[in-house]
Design a binder for this molecule. Structure first.
Ligand code: ARG
Length: 596
């Protein structure tokens, strides 16, 4: 991008940064080439579109008066920005306000109007690995796994959108004593394994757990089953495969309902690592990082009391041992420069230990010697409206399916109710079509509620609020998108009409300007989500965008615009907006029905 080349600069912040950096060098000299000009979007349109806020700290550093320095920078930058912005103005203690010229804003929006929507490809060639879902075999998928799946899917989509290769790693809990207990319980009960459902497995699991806790003989038998499983005993393996099939069938149904990009190819269960555990332990032993402690092999950390246990005194491996094997594979075999674990906040200590141990032994090193980033993205619990963790009446974790079907039912009822109105765009659609919309809205509601607040905070599962078409909700955003689509339906034109696609974008009204400025931020918001791993930033942005659109829609006639050129320009702006909304919602994993 060359200076002032506004046709390639969809994101004005970058252009302004460059222009200001040069102005700062012109005023203060080359030593200041690397300062951050601190370009921010203005909160109040009265102060222009952007602010450059670095003059105050620069003045302090250079021993100058802030306003006087700001004035000098403003004059220098004015030359760089001719054609793009009005003459910058100094305000307050030394802020520099910038207002884009309407013509330039229009051109920048035209530059944004490409299939990529201005989203930059990340030049980093390394892969990203995302550890998500992680359901446990023989148990129902519960809300914790729901969160991990939704958040992980959103981050995976975001990284793919910026051009990174993503491995979705479903670290299923299918190995170890817990599974052995279920196997033992099932073999003993003599139930017909071919007619088993997930509920039966869940029950077997709970029985076995209670029994092994009370009865030593039972615990010993479960352990013997584990050894049989580990040694590959045919019958035990056969049953094991069966319970995996039963569980996964239900899990895939949930994936399908959730519309997440996750399937059998992403399964990298704990059992996948079983033949690597011995090596893990050996590597730690040989390197001297692990030490014997009462027959067990442990890694100690100077800053914490609890050690990480690699191998128990009876020779058994642990959850952490498997996770170390997984880190090693993800960095060294998959070549991931970032390994992101979307797991409940309660496992924070576990990941801290695993990551530190992996770093000590050097398993976070990529081929080029750089270190991969190992990150745990912790999330909070899901609470019922009584602010207690969501449970069934009998105190069990609420099965996921129940929750999703209820969200879909509520949303479908609302969609149907609205369709009764003769002027609704959905009026007259058949049941199948309405149900499909209801499903998209119900799932969209759950996902948006999950993603739109700070992930570590517990969140309230309040279906009434979540499925509402008003407020900061998924359905509200889906509805805003559908409304834009309906403009085209009413006008009887398609957005791909050459007259619209090539229309010059003219920005006249303040509401049009606000909307345009917000649209230009889209690429940097996507980059921000990838950098911070905080999907709520995208949610807030899309919500602001939908609100800006509503204001625009109220004050700027589109189909009734008084000039044909303005009508085409506004139709093009509407189309651009609908695509940004749809693209952003797609990153959140939320579908956008054309009618609602
Ligand atoms: N199965 C685990 C659980 O339900 C989650 C797995 C998380 N991923 C990992 N690599 N440990 O708690």
């Amino acid at each position: 991008m060359t200076r002032g080349d506004i046709t390639t600069a969809a994101d004005p912040t970058r252009l302004l940064e460059e222009a200001f950096r040069e102005a700062i060098v012109a005023v203060l000299g080359d030593d200041y080439r690397h300062v951050d000009p601190i370009i921010r979007c203005s909160q109040n349109p009265a102060f222009g579109d952007y602010q450059a806020n670095s003059a105050m700290s620069l003045a302090k550093h250079a021993g100058l008066k802030p306003r006087a320095l700001a004035q000098q920078i403003a004059e220098a930058v004015a030359k760089n920005l001719r054609g793009v912005a009005e003459t910058p103005e100094v305000a307050g203690p030394g802020f520099i306000n910038i207002r884009l010229k309407a013509e330039a804003l229009g051109k920048m929006l035209e530059a944004l109007d490409t299939p990529q929507l201005g989203v930059h490809r990340d030049p980093n060639p390394h892969t990203i690995a995302i550890d998500l879902c992680g359901v446990n075999i023989a148990k129902q998928m519960h809300v914790g796994h729901l969160r991990s799946t939704i958040i992980g899917d959103c981050l995976a989509r975001t990284f793919e959108r910026i051009g990174r290769t993503v491995h979705r790693e479903n670290h299923l809990g299918d190995w170890g004593l817990t599974i052995a207990m279920v196997l033992w319980s099932l073999t003993r009960s003599g139930d017909d394994l071919d007619t088993l459902g997930l509920e039966d497995l869940d029950k077997a699991y709970r029985h076995a757990q209670a029994e092994c806790r009370q009865d030593e003989a039972a615990a010993a038998e479960a352990k013997a089953t584990l050894i049989k499983l580990q040694q590959g005993d045919t019958e035990t393996r056969r049953t094991w495969h069966k319970i995996i099939d039963v569980t996964m069938r239900a899990v895939y149904e949930s994936f399908d309902l959730l519309n997440v990009k996750l399937g059998p190819n992403d399964n990298r269960p704990e059992s996948f690592y079983r033949d690597r555990l011995k090596d893990v332990v050996e590597a730690f032993r040989v390197s001297g990082i692990a030490q014997e402690d009462q027959g067990a092999l442990i890694v100690r950390f100077p800053d914490r009391d609890r050690p990480l246990i690699l191998q128990k005194s009876d020779g058994g491996y642990l959850y952490a041992t498997t996770d170390l094997a997984a880190v090693r594979r993800r960095v060294q075999e998959l070549k991931a420069s970032r390994v992101i674990y979307i797991v409940d906040a309660r496992q924070r200590d576990h990941f801290r230990d695993v990551f530190d141990a992996a770093r000590r032994i050097g398993w976070d090193r990529l081929d080029d010697g750089s270190r991969a980033e190992l990150v745990h993205v912790p999330f909070g619990s899901v609470l019922g409206t009584d602010r207690k963790p969501l449970k069934t009446r009998s105190g069990e974790n609420l099965p996921l399916r129940l929750l999703l079907t209820e969200a879909i039912q509520r949303a479908t009822a609302e969609v149907r109710r609205r369709a009764e109105n003769p002027s609704a765009p959905t009026h007259g659609l058949d049941d199948e079509a309405l149900d499909a919309i209801g499903k998209a809205v119900g799932i969209g509601a759950v996902k948006y509620a999950d993603l739109s607040s700070d992930l570590v905070r517990d969140y309230l599962f309040d279906l009434d609020r979540m499925v509402s078409f008003d407020g900061n909700t998924g359905p509200y955003l889906q509805y805003a998108h559908a409304r834009v689509c309906s403009i085209f339906a009413r006008a009887g034109v398609t957005p791909t009409d050459p007259a619209i696609k090539s229309a010059k974008l003219v920005i006249t009204e303040p509401a049009e300007r606000s909307l345009g400025l917000l649209l230009l931020r889209y690429p940097s918001v996507v980059a921000e989500v990838a950098a911070t791993l905080e999907p709520h930033r995208l949610c807030t942005y899309l919500y602001d965008l939908a609100n800006a659109y509503n204001t625009f829609y109220e004050s700027c006639p589109v189909l009734k615009a008084d000039r044909q050129q303005l009508r085409l320009s506004r139709l093009r702006l509407c189309n651009l907006l609908s695509r940004v909304l749809a693209d952003g919602l797609d990153l959140l994993g939320i579908q956008t029905p054309g009618r609602m």
